[in-house]
Design a protein around this ligand. Structure first.
Ligand code: CU
Length: 125
């Protein structure tokens, strides 16, 4: 059993993350697709990470960070949105050696609600 007080605090934290008036699971920018795909094993290093969300996102209030197994940032820091599809964000990667990489993303949809998540991919030797 989780103490009621802890559940209450968890609800407060979730409410803060989602923003005022948020309806859970509705009209938030959820990650719909990613290249590389979460958990993928790649024969060669990708040049870009592309994320496609369920909603249009505001690139100024979004972030994608890609780090290696030691926590070193391997993206070039220049997040761009796809002018042809404003649900899509892309970031260029530096040349990366084989290894495991972590993608951390923060997205803000046009309704101002924020979402975030992480996934990993691996570049094979
Ligand atoms: Cu929303």
């Amino acid at each position: 059993m989780i103490p009621p007080r802890r559940l209450f605090i968890a609800a407060l934290v979730l409410g803060t993350l989602a923003g005022p008036g948020a309806v859970p699971g509705f009209a938030h920018a959820l990650l719909r697709a990613a290249q590389p795909a979460p958990g993928s094993l790649l024969p060669a290093a990708p040049a870009w990470v592309r994320l496609t969300f369920s909603e249009t996102v505001e690139p100024l209030f979004c972030k994608i960070k890609v780090t290696d197994a030691t926590g070193k940032q391997v993206d070039d820091g220049s997040l761009v949105s796809d002018p042809a599809d404003r649900r899509r964000l892309m970031i260029r990667l530096k040349p990366i050696p084989p290894g495991e990489y972590l993608v951390t993303w923060f997205a803000t949809s046009t309704d101002t609600h924020r979402t975030q998540g992480t996934f990993r991919f691996q570049v094979l030797k």
